[in-house]
Ligand binder design. Structure first.
Ligand SMILES: NC(=O)c1ccc[n+]([C@@H]2O[C@H](COP(=O)([O-])OP(=O)(O)OC[C@H]3O[C@@H](n4cnc5c(N)ncnc54)[C@H](OP(=O)(O)O)[C@@H]3O)[C@@H](O)[C@H]2O)c1
Length: 329
């Protein structure tokens, strides 16, 4: 099969290559997927550049997320799954070979039925962003009727958070930094979109929530936004922080205010979310997909042999929306 791979960490143009690999065989409890679309995430860039760890394998096929059709199953998996359209997640977590290839093999539970009416391109955008957004939103209970603030509402996780929160019946405010991002956040369904560079986010959120504030904040940069978040958060509210700028990032919490307000700080790292919570997320996301309510923005599509371009676009954040890569037609 054709695949993109790297043998050392470094710049995309220096280390990413294309090559031929044997078609992988599914082991016990695994399925093999003929990949239709592979989704790029910042996590793939961080793995390739050594953001927080050295490589675990001598040869890596990148990308955690993707979508395609199951074409083989290993021992212990029902053969009725062959032919199933699926989205897959964590394909390259603690494994060397991800979805930037004609085929990928994952544990059967990581290949999830994709409804017939949902395109593979959408399926490839689900994994990391939707699972992360779900954990941030729902780890502290249902959100129907709640007010939510999504900081960075045009990002992949931010958009997923808007989509899932709207689907679940919440009122959603989102911050953006450009008119193009504002369009993306509105398309996802945000009720209120605020330009965080031009406007007073906290004043607007408080005014739009009758001074009560929001119940949950899905936070892409706690380091930058803690002060604004504390001003936006309702009594008993939760801030879910899922990203850092550097591996050494730290924040200083205003303890007395947080105590008086009964605030909860939640930290989310998708790979270590408990299995039961991840299974609940997969189930909820599947219902959202089936309802036709998971419609991410796709900002860039490239063929597998242009994977360097896709990685460079992801790391410079110049594309609004998900970046997807198509293996061989
Ligand atoms: N913990 C986890 O499990 C987990 C899971 C997924 C992603 N992540 C991390 O989360 C980050 C975002 O991932 P992504 O896939 O959503 O990336 P993305 O699609 O590139 O989106 C990032 C968004 O964040 C916005 N942003 C940046 N700084 C901001 C700030 N100070 N306030 C508000 N918005 C801000 C950006 O807008 P501007 O153009 O305005 O900067 C952009 O819209 C990455 O660092 C990624 O590694 C972590």
């Amino acid at each position: 099969m054709k695949a993109a791979y790297y043998e050392r960490q470094g710049k995309a143009s220096d280390v990413l290559k294309l090559g031929d690999f044997p078609v992988p065989q599914p082991g016990p409890g695994e399925v093999r997927i003929r990949i239709h679309t592979s989704g790029v995430n910042p996590s793939d860039i961080k793995a390739r550049t050594g953001f927080s760890s050295a490589p675990m394998f001598p040869k890596v096929i990148p990308h955690q997320d993707g979508a395609g059709v199951i074409d083989a199953v290993g021992p212990g998996v029902t053969p009725t799954r062959i032919g199933e359209r699926v989205w897959l997640f964590e394909a390259q977590y603690r494994r060397p070979f991800g979805t930037a290839a004609d085929y990928a093999v994952v544990p059967a539970s990581q290949a999830v039925l994709l409804p017939d009416h949902v395109a593979f391109e959408v399926g490839a955008c689900v994994g990391i962003p939707a699972l992360t957004a779900h954990r941030c939103l729902f780890a502290d209970g249902e959100i129907n009727g709640n007010a939510i603030l999504v900081q960075g509402g045009a990002g992949a996780v931010g958009t997923a958070a808007i989509l899932l929160a709207k689907w679940a019946g919440a009122w959603v405010a989102a911050t953006v930094s450009t008119p193009e991002q504002e369009d993306a956040a509105r398309r996802a369904g945000a009720d209120l979109v605020i330009n965080r560079r031009a406007d007073d986010v906290a004043a607007i959120v408080k005014s739009e929530t009758a001074q009560r504030g929001v119940d949950r904040i899905v936070e892409v940069s706690l380091r930058d936004n803690l002060d604004v978040d504390m001003r936006c958060l309702a009594n008993g509210g939760v801030i879910s922080s899922y990203a850092v700028e550097t591996a050494a990032d730290e924040v200083s919490v205003p303890l007395l205010k947080a105590m008086i307000e009964g605030s909860t700080f939640r930290f989310v790292y998708i790979y270590t979310v408990p299995a039961s919570a991840k299974a609940a997320a997969v189930s909820a996301i599947s219902r959202c997909l089936a309802d036709g309510a998971y419609v991410p923005t796709i900002g860039m599509r490239v063929a597998l042999d242009a994977i360097v371009e896709a990685h460079e676009a992801q790391e410079t954040s110049r594309v609004i929306g998900k970046i997807i890569v198509k293996p061989s037609p």
